[in-house]
Design a protein around this ligand. Structure first.
Ligand code: AMP
Ligand code: GLY
Length: 427
């Protein structure tokens, strides 16, 4: 089978790597891919958002299956376009992807189907938002309604900060059209976890749990990023909580989407806060997490291809997933300055040495091949991922590999996996 993977980040490198292990996959293309993906797939000079260009490529090259990584092409309707023309494609339709592309849609859905989440109000006028904030007080959370590359959420410790956030989103339009509407919601306390599942419109098949590390610096300090590292499983999600998340969140969401006439096929990703009152949804994503895919996929024992096909065909009830017992940890190495301004084109050394230890995978995110050398080409540059018999060993192995990589100006968090370690060792 010929497969086309859409995207070019660490998540897509992990997807391509996993698909190379599938006996039925004969050739993989990736658009646009990156410096690491090109060792496994033919990279195309096509942007992930050029959905018509991707469609022409898929028809012209007899692609059997297209797998969509990022949210933007999903929200643009890539799946609808391919399906209308009879092409097989894995991902959420445009209507289903609204669960991520409109926070107002997603909050209203949760309210209607009684899916646990924080209290909220949606506003399309800054004045009304500000008077609501003055009434309800701080701490509070202000969110742009639309897609903002993970940056449209502002945690506000005071009423003044929340007023500034409203101004930034609605008046200064920092996130463009994503800020036409905004959400003000209750601040939730607890530990976060990511819960991802495959869905075929009816059946929900959960993956192993994971945890992201969004803030840029150690001890969750500094500005939010796309994610500085992740591990799987997340011990905060006990077996009992796993059952509750399936019963209270994942199943009612897929049922609710079907009832709304937006059958949910693809990946449903719930970002959860484990509060004293149980798990509550912070957000939904319509795709694999990045970096969560990097630690999750190496733990998956199944061939990925039949699982993706079952989502498309509505036969997920015939599949069961098995996971390696080992823990997996991914440490992101970012370019100097990220998540602010950063340089590109910095040469990266030590990549082969880093990947030489058994159970280490160096997934590339923002890299490119220039004159035969791998150089940085994005903010999050690499996702160094390691499997180990315990979380401690996986952490040690991942950081040993990180230590072999030389990349001027780079930075990475030194505490990836520490929350899991604390839980595991106090259990
Ligand atoms: P989101 O993109 O909606 O997941 O938000 C990004 C991050 O902001 C989350 O991972 C949380 O760390 C934080 N966050 C979002 N909503 C809330 C909330 N209601 N209470 C506390 N933290 C939140
Ligand atoms: N890791 C967060 C995300 O993929 O949105």
């Amino acid at each position: 089978m010929k497969v086309l993977v859409v995207g070019g980040g660490g998540r897509e490198h992990a997807l391509v790597w996993k698909l190379t292990r599938s006996p039925t996959v004969s050739k993989i293309y990736c658009a646009p891919g990156n410096g690491g993906i090109r060792e496994l797939a033919v990279c195309l000079d096509l942007d992930a958002t050029d959905i018509h260009g991707l469609f022409d490529f898929a028809t012209g090259n007899s692609i059997d299956l297209t797998v969509v990584g990022p949210e933007v092409p999903l929200s643009m309707g890539i799946v609808d376009l391919f399906e209308q023309k009879g092409l097989r494609v894995f991902g959420a339709s445009r209507g289903a992807a609204q669960i991520e592309s409109s926070k107002a849609f997603s909050k209203d859905l949760m309210k209607k189907y009684r899916i646990p989440t924080s209290y909220y109000r949606v506003f399309d006028s800054p004045d009304e938002a500000v008077s609501y904030i003055r009434e309800t007080g701080a701490p509070t959370v202000v969110k742009a309604d639309g897609l903002a590359a993970g940056k449209g959420v502002i945690i506000c410790h005071t009423v003044e900060e929340a007023e500034d956030a409203v101004k930034m989103i609605m008046v200064d339009k920092l996130f463009g059209d994503a800020g036409e509407r905004l959400i003000v919601e209750e601040f939730l306390e607890g530990e976060e976890a990511s819960f991802l599942a495959f869905a075929d419109g009816k059946t929900v098949l959960p993956m192993a749990s994971s945890q992201d590390h969004k803030p840029a610096y150690d001890n969750d300090q500094g500005p939010n990023t796309g994610g500085m590292g992740a591990y799987s499983p997340a011990p905060v999600v006990t077996e009992e909580l796993h059952r509750r998340i399936m019963q209270d969140v994942m199943i009612p969401t897929v049922q609710g989407m079907a009832a709304e006439g937006r059958p949910y096929k693809g990946i449903l990703y719930a970002g959860l806060m484990m509060t004293a009152d149980g798990p509550k949804v912070l957000e939904f994503n319509a795709r694999f997490g990045d970096p969560e895919a990097q630690p999750i996929l190496p733990r998956m024992e199944n061939d990925l291809l039949p699982v993706l096909e079952a989502c498309i065909d509505g036969t997920l009830d015939r599949i069961s997933l098995t996971w390696k017992k080992e823990a997996s940890v991914c440490v992101v190495i970012a370019a100097g300055g990220y998540p602010g301004r950063y340089e590109k084109g910095t040469p990266i050394g030590g990549l082969e040495e880093a990947a030489s230890e058994d159970g280490v995978m160096v997934f590339h995110a923002g890299t490119a091949l220039e004159n035969g050398k791998i150089v940085s080409a994005g903010g999050r540059v690499l996702g160094v991922t390691a499997l180990g018999p315990t979380v401690r060993e996986a952490i040690e192995k991942a950081y040993r590999a990180v230590g072999k990589i030389s990349f001027p100006g780079s930075h990475f968090r030194k505490d990836i996996g520490m929350k899991a370690l604390k839980r595991e060792e106090s259990a």
